[in-house]
Design a protein around this ligand. Structure first.
Ligand code: GRF
Length: 210
């Protein structure tokens, strides 16, 4: 893929990962839309400040998950993106939606997957007495947070860490690895094959760890 891999970013909140993608000016992507399921969130302002069309599609307006996901897919497809980037989009996605974007939808998750799928990852890592924690960028598949992982970053857990300090340390790394994974996708270096991830055409045995 060339200099214009077009990307739609889905958010629900602060949008710091969106900001990292906006700020990575040499990324060979064009963010053509930012879509949030929540109104009034900071991520929408970040999009507007960057001149990116920002839309709210409130999930409360739809009777079922499938109905919402159908409308969301219609909105995404109106931008014809090469890649869909989930950046703190806090919704479970229906299988039909995920299948529609298989191999062209990425997510960032705040843990070293397969550890700590789901929510409250920082709290759980502290409670379990882990020595290290981190974040993962993965292709999205129908099972929550279970898709093939492209890249991870590890951070130490310090003895005086709280959820807040640990989350901040992990987020710094999120802002580093998400633009990197998006770059690899946009450059055509990373792809989802039938049996897992291909990196430069070669099966990836394990995620890149930074
Ligand atoms: C990040 O911690 C990400 O790992 C998780 O949701 C959070 C989004 O943060 N999926 P932001 O909206 O990008 O600041």
């Amino acid at each position: 893929m060339t200099a214009d891999c077009s990307v739609v970013v889905l958010i629900s909140g602060a949008g710091t990962n969106l900001q990292a993608l906006i700020d990575a000016h040499d990324l060979p992507i064009r963010i053509t839309a930012v879509i949030s399921n929540r109104a009034g969130v900071e991520g929408l302002e970040r999009a507007r400040r960057a001149g990116i069309p920002a839309r709210v599609l409130p999930h409360q307006d739809y009777a079922s998950r499938e109905a919402y996901d159908h409308a969301l897919a219609g909105l995404i497809d109106s931008h014809q993106p090469d890649l869909v980037v989930l950046a703190g989009f806090m919704r479970i996605l229906s299988a039909g939606f995920v299948e529609r974007y298989t191999g062209r939808m990425l997510n960032i998750h705040p843990s070293l997957l397969p550890a700590f799928r789901g929510l409250q990852t920082h709290r759980r890592a502290l409670e379990e007495g882990c020595r290290e924690h981190g974040c993962s960028v993965h292709f999205v598949t129908p099972d929550l947070d279970a898709g093939p992982v492209i890249v991870q970053a590890k951070v130490p857990i310090l003895s005086d860490d709280t959820e807040t300090t640990l989350a901040a340390r992990v987020q710094q790394q999120e802002h580093r690895i998400y633009p990197l994974a998006v770059r690899w996708y946009a450059e055509g270096r990373v792809r989802l094959g039938n049996n897992g991830i291909l990196m430069d055409g070669t099966p990836m045995q394990q995620p890149v760890i930074l």
